[in-house]
Design a protein around this ligand. Structure first.
Ligand code: PEP
Ligand code: MG
Length: 321
């Protein structure tokens, strides 16, 4: 079984009817990056940068961040890496004192891009390190917890300013650094048609999207099965988001845990998804599932999926794949 799976390292992630699906890796360590490379990932679709801030009580300066991002870029040998700006807060604990100590509801608090925009000094330091790493290979910037157009406009303005400054200082910076948003706050998904033109790419964070859409804490075991992507509201919002992106030619991936679960592959393909970002641990299983799917047949069943009224219906739909 393991041996058979291992043979897929060198095989394409191609459906039975010949469509290539892009498999990006989620990574946050040197080992993840090495695994992603060895497994034939298209690139890194989600590089979580929190770990740089969690290890010590001191904030990593520009040089320390540059070292991490440059290692990532060089480790992927020319494949694109997607660096997510700091997403501290809520479930991502913090020892630096950056996040507020006593927020009454941290999941709805000063986190993700909100914190970055409130602390422009920190944000600029991170953007400078990312932009300098782009001198070594293709880099994209991904902004977490976006809920409005203004946030992405503000982030882009800061990135452009930082790139200009670095070039003036004599650093090599890529000509273009695509900027994307995590779609993980329901408001961003619903308002997307109004600001998708401001994005170069999208990545759907189902971990948080499910939490906020269903009002179910992603880490509260007492809620059991209530935390699930198999809810008609989740399916509907995934469908609409993917369709908006495809209609405007913007690359769109799912980077939440959902994308790393082979059981959900037919569902995501039916909804039009052609890019997955997942931890290397399940990349071969997901590749195998993709290679067993007929995309044309799945798309033809998308309407039936969208008509399902509850979890049992969606599970029934999946069983027939
Ligand atoms: C998500 O929310 O789906 C996601 C990928 O990011 P994180 O799990 O880091 O919040
Ligand atoms: Mg998230």
């Amino acid at each position: 079984e393991r041996k058979q799976l291992n043979r897929l390292r060198r095989e394409p992630s191609r459906t039975l009817d010949g469509v290539d699906i892009k498999l990006w890796a989620n990574a946050e360590s040197r080992e993840d990056v090495a695994d992603a490379h060895a497994l034939g990932a298209a690139g890194v679709g989600l590089y979580r940068t929190e770990f740089l801030f969690l290890g010590s009580s001191e904030l990593p300066d520009e040089e320390a961040q540059l070292r991490a991002y440059r290692d990532l870029v060089l480790g992927m040998t020319g494949r694109t890496v997607t660096i997510r700006t700091l997403d501290l807060g809520a479930d991502k604990a913090d020892r630096t004192g950056l996040t507020l100590d006593h927020e009454p509801n941290p999941a709805l608090g000063l986190r993700g891009v909100r914190l970055s925009l409130a602390r422009a000094d920190l944000f600029d330091t991170q953007l400078r390190a990312i932009a300098r790493a782009s001198g070594y290979g293709p880099v994209r910037v991904l902004v977490p917890m976006v809920s409005s157009r203004e946030e992405i406009v503000a982030a882009r303005a800061r990135l452009q300013r930082v790139c200009r400054q670095l070039r003036d200082e004599g650093f090599e910076v890529a000509e273009s650094i695509p900027l994307g948003a995590m779609i993980e706050v329901p408001a961003a998904a619903i308002a997307l048609p109004g600001f998708i033109h401001a994005l170069d790419f999208l990545s759907i964070g189902t971990n948080d999207l499910v939490q906020y859409l269903l009002a179910v804490d992603r880490n509260n075991d007492a809620l059991g099965e209530l935390y699930t992507p198999l809810h008609p509201a989740v399916i509907r919002l995934l469908h609409d988001t993917i369709r908006s992106a495809r209609a405007r030619g913007k690359p769109v991936a799912v980077c939440g845990e959902m994308a790393g679960d082979a059981a959900f592959v037919p569902l995501l393909l039916a909804l039009g998804l052609e890019e997955f970002s997942l931890h290397p641990a399940t990349m071969l299983e997901v590749r195998r599932a993709i290679r067993g799917c007929d995309l044309g047949a799945l798309r033809a069943r998308a309407a039936a999926l969208l008509r399902m009224r509850d979890r049992a219906g969606i599970e029934g739909w999946l069983r027939e794949c």
